[in-house]
Design a protein around this ligand. Sequence first.
Ligand code: MG
Length: 396
Amino acid sequence: MEIVGLVAAAGRGHRAGGAIPKQYADLGGRAVLYHAASALARHPRIAAVRVVIHPDDRALYDRATRGLDLLDPVPGGATRQDSVRLGLESLEPLAPARVLIHDGARPFLDAAVTTRICAALDEVPAALAAVPLTDTLKRAEDDRVAATLPRENLWRAQTPQGFHFAALLAAHGALAGADRTDDAALAEQAGLPVRLVAGDPRNVKITTAEDLALARRMLASSMETRVGQGFDVHRLGPGDHVMLCGLRLAHERGLIGHSDADVALHALTDAVLGALGAGDIGEHFPPNDARWRGAPSHLFLRHAAELVRAAGGMILHADVTVICERPKLAPHKPAMRARLAEILALTPDRVSVKATTSEGLGFTGREEGIAAQAVATVALPARDVAPDIALGEPPR
Ligand code: MG
C-alpha cells in the first residue's frame, strides 16, 4: 500500500463534558470521530484507514463508524505517543510507504490539506499541517503579564501529519516514552527534516465543551439541507413473498420486477438520488442490465447513500410510506424500520416507515400492485448558488 491513514482516538478526554470521550460526541448526527475518519478514508490518495481506540470504547467505536469502510481498530496505550506507536506496529504487515496521522477529535479536515501533505511527502520524509499564529502572545505570572513574546515564525501544529512510514516507526521505536504530544516532534528529535504545509483554520481540535458547541455551529453553517422525494410501483403476480424495506414478507403473491422489486427501497433510493440531483435509480441501475436481475435492492440504496458520503454529506432522515391492502404491514413496521436503519447506517430515530391502504380504490385497492412514496432529508456541504442563476437577467 502506498499511503495509509492512522487516526488517534484512544484518549480519555472528558473535558468536553458529557459521559463519553469527546471523539464520540454527536456532531450533526454523526460522532466527531466519524467525521475525522471519513475525511481521510474518502481521500483518493489514502488506501486504508485504521483507528487506534481505548480498549473500553469498542462499542462506541462500532456505533460511531457504522457505514465507513475502515481497517479493524487496534487498542491504544497509556499516552498518545504509545497509542500511535501501537497503531504503526499494527500497520507493518501492510507495508505502507507512507502514513498520515490524524487526530480523531479534528472533524473538519478539508481534502485540500490532505492533498498538500501527500504532495510534500514526495519531497521530504515528514510534513505537518500548521497555521500561523494571529493572536499576540503573552507570558503570564499569575494574572500579571510578565512579557509580550514575538510571534514571528510561530505556527500552530495541526494534523494530519505525514511521514515516510519506516522513518516514523523507527523514531517511535527509538524514542518510546518521550511522551510527545505530536509525531512531528518525534520526527524532529530523530533528526528528520519536517516541512510545514498550509493547514486550515477550520481544522480545529475539539477539547472542551465550548469547542464542541462551536463545532456544532460551524457544521450547521457549512451545510445546506436538501429534500428529495421518490415514488415507485411494482405489479403483483405469481409468487409466495414480497420484499419491502429489505424484509422478506410471506404473501400469496409476489412483486414482479427485474431486481427483487422492493418498491419501498426503490422509492427511497430515488428520494436520496433526488436530494443529490443525481438522476434516478434507472440511470444508475438500468433494468436491461443483467447484473441487476434478481438483485437485492439494498444494494441500490447503499449506492445512493455512498454517493451522499462521497459528496461530503449525510442522510439526516428517511421517511417511507408503503401503499397496499395486503399483506398487512402493521406487525412488520418495527422490523422494516430497523432494517432500513441498518441499510443506511442510521439510528432508528432517523428512519420512519408508514403503511396505508387506498381504501380499496385504484390499482393498489384492487391488489394489482404495491406503491411506495419516500422522502429523504440530506445535509450537503453548502455551495454558492451558480452565479448565472443568482445574477441572471430577470424574465421579461
Ligand atoms: Mg422499481
